[in-house]
Design a protein around this ligand. Structure first.
Ligand code: ADP
Ligand code: ADP
Length: 228
C-alpha cells in the first residue's frame, strides 16, 4: 500500500498559490523524484508533508496518520525525516559532533550508539573525517553529512530537497548510491526533489514533474528515460 498519500493539496503564501490540485502517492520502499524548475513548488511540497507548511485544502496521509495540522516534531516522530536544501550542518562542530547531535536530539542515549555505528558503515567517507570541522568538508561531503544526520534515527520516509545543487556529478552519484543502499537494506522510502532529470532517471522508480505549483506529468522513470 501507499506510505504517503497526498490528495488535492493547495498551499498559499498570502495571495500566491504555491501548490494547486497536487495529488501524489508514494509506495513503501519506492524512490520517487519530483522534478521542476526553481519556484515550481518542490520545497513547499516537502514542507507540507513534513508539517512545516499547512495546506489550506487537501489531505496528506503518512501511513495511517493525517499530517495536515500536525507540528513538524510530531510528524518526525512518526518516522519522517527531511533534508532541507542547502546542507544543514553545524560548520564549526566536527563531523563526529554533528552526527551525535543528530542522534541525541531525537532519541534517548540508549539507541544512539548502535545508530552511530550503522552510520559510519553507511558513510565511509565521513568515517575518515570524523574530527574535521564540518565547515571544512567539501560541498559533497557536507551534503552527505546532512543526509547522514537525517537518517540517523532510522526514518521510514526520507525527504531530500535538491541534494545535487551545486555539486559535481560524481559525488551526486555517490550520495544517490548511499540512499539506494538504505532503501535496499532497510526499505527506506524516498522522495527527492531535483531541478533536472538528467541524473535522477537511473536512480528513481517514478517521477512527478511539477511546474507552477501543478503536477504536469507522472511516470515510471524507466519509461521516461527510454523516451529521451
Ligand atoms: P521550488 O522548491 O520548486 O523552488 P518553492 O516551494 O520554494 O519552489 O516556492 C514555490 C513558490 O512559493 C515560489 O513562487 C516562491 O517564491 C514562493 N514561496 C516559497 N516560500 C515562500 C514563503 N515562505 N513565503 C512566500 N512565498 C514563498
Ligand atoms: P517540453 O517538451 O516543451 O519541455 P512538456 O510539457 O513536455 O514541455 O514538459 C513539461 C515539463 O516536463 C518540462 O519541465 C520538461 O522539462 C519536463 N519533462 C518533459 N519530458 C520529461 C522527461 N522525459 N523526464 C523528465 N521531465 C520531463
Amino acid at each position: 500500500g501507499a506510505l504517503l498519500t497526498i490528495d488535492d493539496v493547495h498551499v498559499r503564501y498570502g495571495d500566491l498559490v504555491a501548490l494547486r490540485d497536487v495529488s501524489l502517492t508514494v509506495a513503501q520502499g519506492e524512490v520517487v523524484c519530483v522534478i521542476g524548475p526553481n519556484g515550481a513548488g518542490k520545497s513547499t511540497l516537502l514542507a507540507a508533508v513534513a508539517g512545516g507548511v499547512t495546506p489550506w485544502r487537501g489531505s496528506i496521509r503518512f501511513g495511517d496518520t493525517e499530517v495536515v495540522g500536525l507540528r513538524p516534531e510530531v510528524v518526525a516522530r512518526q518516522g519522517l525525516s527531511l533534508v532541507p536544501e542547502g546542507r544543514h550542518i553545524f560548520g564549526t562542530l566536527t563531523v563526529d559532533e554533528n552526527l551525535r547531535i543528530g542522534g541525541f536530539i531525537h532519541k534517548g542515549r540508549a539507541d544512539a550508539k548502535a545508530d552511530y555505528e550503522r552510520l559510519l558503515e553507511l558513510f565511509p567517507r565521513l568515517r575518515e573525517r570524523l574530527n574535521f570541522p564540518a565547515g571544512r568538508l567539501s560541498g559533497g561531503e557536507q551534503q552527505m553529512l546532512a543526509v547522514a544526520r537525517a537518517v540517523m534515527t532510522r526514518p521510514r520516509l526520507l525527504l531530500v530537497d535538491e541534494p545535487s545543487l551545486g555539486l559535481a556529478p560524481r559525488i551526486v552519484d555517490q550520495i544517490y548510491e548511499i540512499l539506494l543502499d538504505l532503501r535496499q537494506r532497510e526499505g527506506l522510502t524516498l522522495v527527492i526533489n531535483e531541478q533536472s532529470s538528467n541524473r535522477i532517471l537511473k536512480h528513481a522508480d517514478r517521477i512527478y514533474v511539477l511546474r507552477g505549483g501543478r503536477i504536469q506529468l507522472e511516470g515510471r522513470a524507466a519509461d521516461l528515460a527510454d523516451g529521451e
